[in-house]
Design a protein around this ligand. Structure first.
Ligand code: CDP
Ligand code: CDP
Length: 229
């Protein structure tokens, strides 16, 4: 059977990575969480003291970018790849609200995007990849055979993220998460370089009222129709 490229874009916490991981597993494809790469550069900038909630030394970050090597290594216990910054596994460092509150500022810098898009295109060169993010169907893989654009109401998304974070033991309020989700939606959709946009040929999927399993089965049908076309 032919290999295809699947691009999944959409607003924060719409369930992109959940579905992308399930699809990659079912198809034997590589899953790439492009958001983890922007989070990795944000973590790098934070460690270097280049960004806080009050301050961002954009030029210093651009100068330091050649020293920020972002890569993935497959974790066979988890069944998917984890993100590394200069050979250090930083999966546990990048999902905090602190990183979430700064990542959209870093992701708006064209030099950051250029560096990461280059890596993303290289990973997807031989197809058989499911990548999720904001600009996958528009910029990274404009020729992807299947493009999904995921949406869900902001309240549904914030509640899902809240439950996820609470289960991980992080102390946080639903209001703080809703604020972060809405702020990132706005920043990601209005930035100049590669804003979050539904590609013309993307299929929009609203999952506010469906379970993960129902959604997975619906999207698998779309995949099969592309594979059998
Ligand atoms: O998981 P969640 O949807 O909350 O976010 P993410 O996928 O981890 O992405 C974090 C942030 O990285 C987004 O809010 C965007 O600012 C940025 N991003 C981007 O600009 N382009 C991508 N292809 C992926 C993420
Ligand atoms: O990758 P993205 O930020 O778009 O979202 P995610 O991390 O895949 O999903 C955010 C949360 O929503 C996770 O805890 C999922 O388990 C949950 N979710 C859900 O409850 N129902 C869905 N239909 C999709 C996701």
């Amino acid at each position: 059977m032919k290999d295809i490229t699947i691009a999944i874009d959409g607003f924060s916490s719409t369930g992109k990575s959940t579905i992308a991981k399930l699809l990659a597993k079912a198809l034997g494809y590589v899953y790439v969480d492009s958001g983890a790469m922007y989070r990795a550069i944000t973590f790098f900038a934070m460690k270097k003291g280049l960004i806080t909630t009050e301050y961002f030394d954009r030029e210093a970050l651009i100068s330091a970018l050649p020293n920020a090597h972002v890569s993935f290594k497959f974790n066979s216990d988890l069944g998917f790849a984890e993100v590394y910054l200069n050979d250090e596994n930083i999966e546990k460092n990048i999902r905090t609200l602190e990183v979430s509150n700064l990542v959209s500022i870093v992701a708006a810098v064209p030099e950051v995007r250029a560096q990461l898009v280059k890596i993303q295109k290289a990973i997807g060169k031989h197809k058989a990849v499911v990548m999720d993010g904001r600009d996958i169907g528009t910029v990274v893989f404009p020729d992807a055979e299947l493009k999904i654009f995921m949406t869900a109401s902001a309240e549904t998304r914030a509640l899902r993220r809240y439950n996820e974070i609470k289960n991980n033991g992080e102390d946080i309020t639903l209001e703080a998460i809703l604020e972060n989700v809405q702020k990132r939606d706005h920043l990601d959709s209005t930035r100049k370089d590669s804003p979050l946009l539904k590609a013309e040929d993307a299929i929009e999927v609203d999952n506010s009222n469906v379970t993960i399993e129902e959604q997975f089965q619906n999207i698998l049908k779309l995949v099969n129709s592309v594979l059998n076309a």
